[in-house]
Structure formats: structure tokens, C-alpha cells
Design a protein around this ligand. Structure first.
Ligand SMILES: C[C@H](OP(=O)(O)OP(=O)(O)OC[C@H]1O[C@@H](n2cnc3c(=O)[nH]c(N)nc32)[C@H](O)[C@@H]1O)C(=O)O
Ligand SMILES: O=c1nc2n(C[C@H](O)[C@H](O)[C@H](O)CO)c3cc(O)ccc3cc-2c(=O)[nH]1
Ligand SMILES: [Mg+2]
Length: 330
């Protein structure tokens, strides 16, 4: 049995070849939900969905989000309607007073769906519509995710980190904004001062996620702040990781990332933007998988390989390094 902690790019890339090393029927993936956002009344769960679409063989692996070849007729029409009605096409909160006055997580992650600022594909939207309808019937996100996983034919067990809402809020020089506004609408431009996981103090990992964390854990090469951070912010997760063998794969090579805003976010929360910073963020990790070219020395065991993942064979190589590291610490 093995459990991967996943964001939406680095860890899904690793999962692309992990099934050749770890039995998929004995593999659980706990996905971040801090990025989740409500658009037009539909709950979008980007990290859960990347793993879902990857497992179903339909992921767009140019972007690592959305469905390959998806159309966007509804998205285009929403934009046209908004334009014709003279509506602001940017991200608009449904109730900005309640948002700024209170700490209502639902309001912080809920945006107006008229002229969406994220490009939602038509087949992708069908997933959000199904998910939201099932949640409205009173099912938990865990149940709904499992139903969707069955529909997409996943072999692994895919779990959201929590059934409770957590919203990743980036505090910037230009104010506080939801991660999707910071990353998609503002292209990661505003300087980061801090990152907050709103709701994490009252959110709980699900019993299913708790159980999965009793198995050996692989922290994939995801963003330590916005993909793994929301999990670590919940009570009990770090303690669970202290009690089980954990191997982490660095998303950095020294001070360089393969993609995305991790350096700015790491610096924003006070970590060095490097593999050393990742190790500081993961005090519970028993061993690390680092790139051959990473000059970092760590105080914990290190297994080295080429950690660039450009396909299933690369992913298999990194997964084998993970398995080797796990066998040494388990
Ligand atoms: C916006 C993006 O978030 P998300 O899509 O959730 O991505 P993750 O947090 O899962 O991953 C970001 C992280 O991934 C690293 N990465 C990307 N490609 C590779 C690779 O081939 N090898 C490797 N070891 N790491 C990889 C990348 O450096 C990023 O830091 C986000 O936060 O970027
Ligand atoms: O950069 C973008 N990322 C988009 N993403 C990716 C997403 O913003 C982030 O990369 C993840 O939240 C990080 O995990 C989407 C993810 C989805 O699940 C559904 C729709 C989108 C749409 C966009 C988009 O328009 N632009
Ligand atoms: Mg993410």
C-alpha cells in the first residue's frame, strides 16, 4: 500500500509511470482541494480533476488541466453574453461585503459565472455540474469523487484531502485574493506577502484520508505551499506523517523549478525558494528524491535520479527512485 499527496502538475506527472512500480489497486492519491473554486454555481476541483482525468486517460497533458480536445462552447457563449450585456469580464465575487467582512470560505471561493475568468471546457463542465448536483443532494466530496473515479475507470483510489472547504488565499501587495485569481487572472504577477489556508483551522482530513496516511507516503513534486500546504494546515496531518515512512520528491533542482509560481510563494511564506526550502517545509520527510544536478546537501537520506518528467518512462524512473528510497526508510 502507498499513498501519494498530490497537487495538479508535478505529482500527476509522477503518477504517469508510478503504476509500473506501485500496484495501482494498492495506491491511494490524496489530492489538494485548496485550489477549489465555484464558478457559475459549479464546484471546480482542479487538482482532484487532474488526477481524475489522468486516471481516465483523457487529461490534456500539454496544460496538465482540463480534458484533451475539449470544446469550450459554453465558456465562449458566457463571454459573448457578458460582453453584449456590458458586464465586467474579470473575476467578480458574488458578495464582496460578506467576503471582506467575514471569513465565510464559501464566499471566498465563489465567483460570478458570467464571463468566467477560467476557461472551462464543455466536458470538464459536465464533471463540475455532476459533482455540484451530487453535493447538493447531500453527498460528501469523498463520495462524489469516488463516483466520478468509477465513471472515469480509475484503478487507484482518489480522495480529496477533506470534505470541508479550505480556500487558499494569497496575500499580495495588491490585496488578498483567491489562488485562482492570483494565478489564472493575474498570472502570478502581484508580489506575494503571505499565503493563508482559510478554513483549514476548522477543516478535518476525512477518515479515508486519515486511513491512507497510515500507509507509506510519497509527497510528489508538487508546490509545497499551495498544493501540499493546505493539507499540512489541517490538524493531525503532520502528526500522521511523523508516524509513517515519508519520501518527498523535490519540485526544485537547487533553486530552479520546472514550472509555476512555487519560488514566489515559498519566499512569500518565509522559506528559501529551493530544495533546501522544501526540506525545511517537510520536517516529517524521512528521505528525499533529488535531481542528479541538484547541488543541495540534506540532513536526511537522498536518492538521486534525473527528476525531469516528460513522459511515462521518465515517471517510471523517478517512481523507482521513490520505491528505493521508501525501502530504505520503511
Ligand atoms: C500552478 C501549479 O500548481 P499545480 O498545478 O497544482 O501543480 P503542483 O503543485 O502539483 O506542481 C507544481 C510543481 O511541479 C513541479 N514540476 C513540474 N514538472 C516537473 C518535473 O518534470 N519534475 C519535477 N521533479 N517536478 C516538476 C514544478 O517545479 C512545480 O513547482 C504550481 O504551483 O506550479
Ligand atoms: O492557467 C489557467 N489554468 C487553468 N486551470 C488550472 C488551474 O488554475 C491551476 O493550475 C490549478 O488550480 C493548480 O492546481 C484550470 C483547471 C481546471 O480544473 C479547470 C479550468 C482551468 C482553467 C484554467 C485557465 O483558464 N487558465
Ligand atoms: Mg494545485
Amino acid at each position: 500500500m502507498v499513498t501519494f499527496l498530490a497537487g495538479g502538475t508535478g505529482t500527476p506527472k509522477l503518477l504517469d509511470g508510478a503504476d509500473r512500480v506501485f500496484d495501482p489497486s494498492a495506491t491511494t492519491v490524496v489530492a489538494n482541494t485548496g485550489d477549489d473554486v465555484e464558478l457559475g454555481g459549479h464546484l471546480v476541483c482542479p487538482d482532484v480533476d487532474t488526477v481524475l482525468f489522468h486516471g481516465g486517460g483523457v487529461l490534456d497533458t500539454d496544460t496538465w488541466w482540463g480534458i484533451d480536445g475539449d470544446t469550450a462552447a459554453t465558456h465562449t457563449e458566457l463571454g459573448r453574453l457578458a460582453d453584449a450585456a456590458g458586464l465586467d469580464p474579470g473575476p467578480r465575487y458574488l458578495d464582496s461585503d460578506a467576503q471582506t467582512a467575514g471569513r465565510d470560505i464559501a464566499r471566498w471561493r465563489r465567483f460570478s459565472g458570467v464571463a468566467e475568468f477560467m476557461r472551462i471546457g464543455d466536458r470538464d463542465r459536465a464533471v463540475h455540474l455532476t459533482r455540484t448536483s451530487l453535493l447538493d443532494e447531500g453527498r460528501s466530496l469523498t463520495e462524489v469523487t469516488r463516483l466520478l473515479a468509477d465513471a472515469f475507470g480509475l484503478e487507484i483510489d482518489l480522495l480529496p484531502m477533506s470534505d470541508d472547504p479550505v480556500a487558499t488565499i494569497v496575500h499580495t501587495d495588491e490585496g488578498a485574493m483567491h489562488f485562482q485569481e492570483y494565478w489564472v487572472h493575474r498570472r502570478g504577477d502581484p508580489p506575494v506577502r503571505d499565503v493563508e489556508f482559510r478554513g483549514a483551522e476548522s477543516a478535518a482530513p476525512t477518515p479515508e484520508a486519515d486511513e491512507a496516511l497510515a500507509d507509506p507516503v510519497v509527497v510528489g513534486p508538487s508546490n509545497p505551499v499551495t498544493s501540499i500546504g493546505p493539507m499540512l494546515a489541517m490538524d493531525g496531518i503532520e502528526a500522521a506523517l511523523e508516524s509513517t515512512p515519508v519520501v518527498a520528491v523535490s519540485p526544485f533542482v537547487g533553486g530552479t523549478v520546472f514550472s509555476g509560481p512555487a519560488p514566489a510563494l515559498m519566499r512569500g511564506v518565509g522559506y528559501e525558494a529551493s530544495t533546501a526550502g522544501v526540506a525545511a517545509a517537510y520536517p516529517f520527510a524521512d528521505a528525499f528524491v533529488l535531481d542528479d544536478d541538484d547541488p543541495t546537501d540534506l540532513d536526511r537520506p537522498v536518492t538521486r535520479t534525473d527528476t525531469r518528467i516528460d513522459g511515462a518512462e521518465d515517471a517510471e524512473r523517478v517512481a523507482r527512485a521513490v520505491a528505493d528510497a521508501l525501502s530504505e526508510v520503511a
